[in-house]
Ligand binder design. Structure first.
Ligand SMILES: C[S@@+](CC[C@H](N)C(=O)[O-])C[C@H]1O[C@@H](n2cnc3c(N)ncnc32)[C@H](O)[C@@H]1O
Length: 355
């Protein structure tokens, strides 16, 4: 059966959140079928450039065909975004105007029986994004202890029946295929109850574990900020609460100047904000998009902008002025000092280095 092409989720909202502009340089860290990449290349023309990354060689091959018309404006890297900084170094692609993560897996991967992502079709328990990864879902299911399985299903699947499921898996293994596993989970929880298949959370947990998705995301977000030019945008679309929590906490922390625990009288963390939030609230698909593409229903888009040096400079000036005024170190009154320093900072256009 032909595998359906992937429909890009929140497409218009993504392009808007990235503030795509002609001549801009963009990083698509989850290229997939290249739907978002194509829209970014269209809107950044003339002169725009895109580096598309995907761990899956099949995704790279699919996107290559769809993006061929953009010639030298697009480069594709079959790599894991956990190595984002090294990849950009290798391709000499930094700083950038925007970084996009459209997390999870594509419809193409989900519908491909041989990849083992879905319990709708029978297939080998694989679930690796890249064939270079050593550990498959079958390795985890058949080699982990009962306690390890229970902990994985609980923490990555948020599954309340994790212990029963783990016990049943250990009793029934070896488990080779997706349908075998789905049946074991169904039996462990006492059969199907609602519309959602009882194996949904266990499959999510397994996919996260196989691909180390949460650790890779945390590390890639840190790296992405370093690659953004001043005023550049970071946009992340997530599809489940564990991913979204990481993105939300990361953007919230990076948009604060102090991350000391509450109750500490004086700041000791030395942290300074590198981002400002573009949307106060998370962006979700319209009912029309969900009707046209049900896979979009759980999507959540968050966006943040890299603070310019001038922004952080101005804040630093304010803090400096407050502390100097408090100590009355040199007798200057705060507004006068503030004005002088602002003039000096503002005069330096060099700090607004275009990306
Ligand atoms: C939801 S799809 C992206 C779809 C794409 N935006 C489009 O419009 O076609 C997610 C893609 O990210 C890739 N991916 C997931 N984790 C990755 C990682 N750590 N490194 C590189 N690619 C990854 C998957 O292989 C998949 O192709």
């Amino acid at each position: 059966m032909p595998v359906p092409a992937h429909l890009p989720v929140l497409l218009e909202e993504t392009v808007r959140a990235l503030a795509v502009r002609p001549g801009g340089r963009y990083l698509d860290c989850t290229l997939g079928d290249g739907g978002h990449a194509r829209a970014i290349l269209e809107r950044s023309s003339p002169g725009g450039e895109l580096l598309g990354i995907d761990a899956d060689p099949q995704a790279i091959a699919a996107a290559e065909g769809r993006l061929r018309e953009y010639g030298g404006k697009v480069r594709l890297a079959n790599e894991n975004f956990a190595d984002l900084e090294a990849i950009c170094m290798k391709y000499d692609f930094r700083p950038v105007h925007g970084v996009l993560f459209d997390l999870g897996l594509s419809s193409r991967q989900l519908g491909d029986q041989g990849r083992g992502f879905s319990f709708q079709n029978d297939g080998p328990l694989d679930m690796r994004f890249s064939p270079d990864q050593e550990t498959s879902a079958a390795d985890i299911i058949n080699q982990s202890s009962e306690a390890e399985l229970a902990e994985m299903i609980r923490s990555y699947g948020e599954e309340p029946h994790s212990r029963q499921i783990a016990r049943r898996i250990v009793k029934e293994r070896p488990v080779a295929t997706t349908l075998e596993l789905a049946k074991i989970v169904e039996q462990a929880v006492g059969g199907r109850k609602g519309k959602i298949h009882p194996a949904t959370k266990t499959f999510q947990a397994l996919r996260i574990a196989v691909n180390q998705e949460l650790g890779n995301l945390k590390s890639a977000l840190e790296q992405a900020v370093k690659l953004l030019g001043f005023g550049g945008r970071l946009v992340v679309i997530s599809y489940h609460s564990l991913e979204d929590r990481i993105v939300k906490q990361f953007m919230s922390r990076e948009s604060k100047d102090c991350i000391c625990p509450p109750g500490i009288p004086r700041c000791v963390c030395g942290h300074s904000a590198s981002l400002s939030l573009v949307n106060k609230r998370v962006v979700t698909p319209s009912p029309e998009e969900v009707a046209a593409n049900p896979r979009s229903r759980s999507a959540k888009l968050r966006a943040a902008e890299r603070l310019t040096f001038a922004d952080s400079g101005a804040e630093a000036v304010e803090r400096l002025c407050f502390s100097i005024a408090e100590k009355r170190a040199n007798g200057w009154r705060r507004p006068v000092l503030l004005q002088r320093l602002r003039t000096a900072f503002g005069a330096s256009q060099l700090w607004n280095i275009p990306a």
